[in-house]
Design a protein around this ligand. Structure first.
Ligand code: T5A
Length: 214
């Protein structure tokens, strides 16, 4: 049985997961916790290779192949990184995890949700987060942030998911909201339209509650 705490951040593109994962880790470390920050896909060496194919807009993938890739990434990630860190008592923060598969490949691509839950069970080895924060914002807000970030970096190429139509991203957003509705004990929604500091404060409040109850 894992003894650390497992926190995931989920949400649509550009909702602020990467930024908030970093800020949360800094805050927890300053409070004396041992923390691992990681992400999916790509949290391991094998995962980095998978991520490169998974996101490459020049690679055409059948949706079943897309699903298998992200599950392979997770299976490796859990066994190589997440479980050892949790077993050693660390707080693990993952930028995306199993809920992303339900939202993107289930609600977005149309895969059977029960089948995805079974496959997730295999990939995760039954390790589920103690707390999941869904950073919820309008699809347009997130995509505008991505475009602004790309402009600042002089980047012009959207990845395979960023380039999907708005209705795909709308279904993904709906997926996250429904997951939160189905599992209110684990999943908490934070309004990611709010200014950065306000979002950070909301996340800290929920993490404080989790840690106080342990
Ligand atoms: N995927 C993944 C699946 O299809 N199935 C799966 O099972 C899994 C695990 C991963 C892709 O893979 C798909 C989903 C994804 O499409 P990725 O590159 O890891 O791709 O992309 P994302 O996880 O979507 O991460 P992004 O970097 O695109 O977005 P973030 O992390 O949500 O946003 P962040 O923190 O980088 O912020 C974006 C910009 O907005 C600003 C930041 O400063 C930054 O410039 N920002 C704010 N601005 C104003 N107000 C706020 N509150 C802000 N918060 C952040």
């Amino acid at each position: 049985m894992a003894s650390g705490a497992f926190i995931t951040l989920e949400g649509v593109e550009g909702s602020g997961k990467t930024t908030q994962s970093r800020l949360l880790a800094e805050w927890l470390k300053a409070a004396g916790h041992r923390v691992t920050v990681t992400h999916e896909p790509g949290g391991t060496r094998a995962g980095q290779a998978i991520r490169a194919i998974f996101l490459d807009p020049g690679v055409s993938l059948e949706v079943a192949a897309e699903l298998m890739l992200v599950l392979a990434d997770r299976a490796q990630h859990v066994r190589e990184k997440l479980r050892p860190a949790l077993d050693s008592g660390e707080i693990v923060i993952s930028d995306r995890y199993a809920d992303s598969t339900v939202a993107y490949q289930g609600y977005g691509r149309g895969f059977d949700l029960n089948l995805l839950r079974e496959l997730n069970r295999l990939a995760t080895d039954n390790i589920m987060p103690d707390l999941t924060i869904v950073l919820d914002c309008k699809v347009a807000t997130g995509l505008t942030r991505i475009h602004d970030r790309m402009n600042r970096a002089g980047d012009t190429v959207l990845d395979r998911f960023e380039g999907q139509a708005a209705d795909f991203h709308g279904r993904v957003r709906q997926g996250f909201l429904e997951i939160a509705q189905q599992e209110p004990q684990r999943v908490s929604i934070v309004n990611a339209e709010e200014p950065l500091e306000r979002v950070t404060a909301q996340i800290r409040q929920r993490v404080d509650r989790l840690l106080a109850g342990r």
